[in-house]
Design a protein around this ligand. Sequence first.
Ligand code: PMP
Ligand code: GLN
Length: 389
Amino acid sequence: MNGRPLLNRRLEGLGTTIFAEMSALAVETGAINLGQGFPDTDGPESVREAAVRALRDGRGNQYPPGAGVPELRAAIAEHQRRFYGLEFDPDTEVLVTAGATEAIAAAMLALLEPGDEVIAFEPFYDSYAASIAMAGGVRVPLTLRAPDFRPDLDALRAAVTPRTRLLLLNSPHNPTGMVLTRDELTAIAQLAVERDLLVVTDEVYEHLVFDGEHTPLISLPGMRDRTVSISSAGKTFSFTGWKVGWVTGSPELVAAVRTTKQFLTYVASGPFQYAIAEALALPDPYYAAFRDDLRTKRDLLDAGLRDAGFQVYEPQGTYFITTDITPFGETDALTFCRTLPTRAGVVAVPNSVFYDHPTAGRTQVRFAFCKQHAVLTEAASRLRKAFGG
Ligand code: PMP
Ligand code: GLN
């Protein structure tokens, strides 16, 4: 083809996602998959039944409305009111998307001009680099450093230039498990107002905070009209395959994101939208039990990894634990993860691929703990055998 690479230059090097690579390795080797973040137990039976009912009753089997079915938009608005005291008009300030992934891509495509700079904390979730690149934006990484992975707010301030269009924030943060504090969020909000920046917040782990609490940035002074707040049902209700996500924000921002979203998928997940509307209305004990169960799993895997000799950075939120493999004399997380299934019968993900900085995450490896207790116990025992003294 005229000697030109087929993939356009903006996406050069993006290749296959690390999650796909590592999950394929798990299938190939039969190793326990603590790589890609998906639960090994489906979400509530009542929610699954709600999806079946919707399918049978013919709700959502044909194109739902572009912005999402009214029942789900109302449930999202109610969720924001119930947990955060935030008011959104379900008709103009809520948009249903094909997972948070589409919401992030649609937001970048809607809000960026080529050359606009996007500041994001690294390590970043892999779709950020791709979405910014597809929109022709320039990503400006701000490195979160072990052991606490707290953001350097002075460095953030210094990173803002006249070309900065938006901040892309993720809290609770994948993969480090860092949760931004109210003070940090307040400082970020003040900066955004001062420098007239938009902020896109990825809050898919909003209900998985073990220490502290989740505060949506959009709730802080000056942020209501400059924040695109994104979340998703996948994590909260353990149905990652349903791909129901959403955006809340001002009518203007939601309209902008809707414009690009309608040409990406137009709509998705018809019957599942009705089921997630019911899921969001589950009573508080559901949310508390979900978080408490994951906290127990975090503690189980955390202890197991320490026992095996990993340096462990305890996460405050999400369902991931970042570790360091330096204690084993290892120097490269990607090589380590490619050989881990044969060495120990466990799959993990190298954080190094989530950094632009060439050495910052070189020896960091992420383990997912959204798995059954017995699976985590077995994985920990295998790692202890392979690495422990
Ligand atoms: N953001 C973060 C930080 C994630 O970890 C994930 C993982 N699933 C997503 C977005 C994507 O969410 P969804 O599956 O709803 O597209
Ligand atoms: N969010 C999941 C993770 O971080 C993966 C989602 C995906 O495979 N794209 O593991």
